[in-house]
Design a protein around this ligand. Structure first.
Ligand SMILES: [Zn+2]
Length: 206
């Protein structure tokens, strides 16, 4: 909520919230998957209610599906969620009857940069441009990194820098450059640190 307030008041263009525990598995009435409160969903709700925004986007590149965010905002046309995640993998959902405002792109274990970037270009970006979000929120999990022990995707720091550049361009087109990113998963600590460094570097330098 502070991050949303700072970017909405133009005290900064972008914000990164180095928070734990993560949030995107927490549903309306249930904590799960290390997550107690759905941080990015609270931020989105705050942007809609306190700042009067009409359209926000939540981008989720954590290796696990953000079931909590989907639970909270499915069928709410003010919120577009775009995501990639490994499937099948915990929490074993995201591919069955997603709501119209959910763009879920499952990836298979072993896939990496090419599949991820294709998903972003072909699925996320057209949906984001159609939605024209006034604020871009990121569920920034880094457990799709090739060194992460919890899953089998093969992303690298370069992929996180690339997708951050793409999201900066989306925010520049539609959201007055406003981005609030919140840390989700990431369990290989060296890879997590290197990946967050690249993500934040692009958020700061553009
Ligand atoms: Zn995760």
């Amino acid at each position: 909520m502070l991050g949303v307030d700072l970017v909405m008041r133009k005290e900064c263009a972008t914000a990164f919230c180095a928070v734990r525990p993560p949030g995107h598995h927490a549903e309306r009435r249930r904590a799960m998957g290390f997550c107690l409160f759905n941080n990015v969903a609270v931020g989105a709700a705050h942007a809609l209610e306190a700042h009067g925004l009409e359209r926000v986007a939540i981008v989720d590149f954590d290796v696990h599906h953000g079931n909590g965010t989907e639970d909270i905002f499915q069928a709410d046309p003010r919120v577009l969620m775009v995501s990639t995640f490994q499937h099948p993998l915990y929490p074993y959902c995201g591919v069955d009857n997603p709501a119209a405002n959910m763009v879920n792109v499952p990836l298979a274990a072993g896939e990496g940069s090419d599949a991820f970037r294709t998903a972003v270009v072909e699925r996320w970006l057209p949906a984001l441009d159609a939605h024209r979000p006034q604020l871009v929120l990121i569920s920034a999990g880094f457990d799709a990194h090739r060194e992460d022990p919890l899953a089998g995707l093969k992303l690298t720091e370069a992929d996180y820098a690339w997708v951050t550049h793409e999201l900066m361009a989306v925010a520049a087109r539609h959201a007055q450059r406003r981005i609030v990113s919140s840390l989700e998963g990431g369990y290989a600590l060296s890879a997590l640190g290197r990946s967050v460094t690249e993500h934040v570097r692009v958020l700061v330098e553009g």
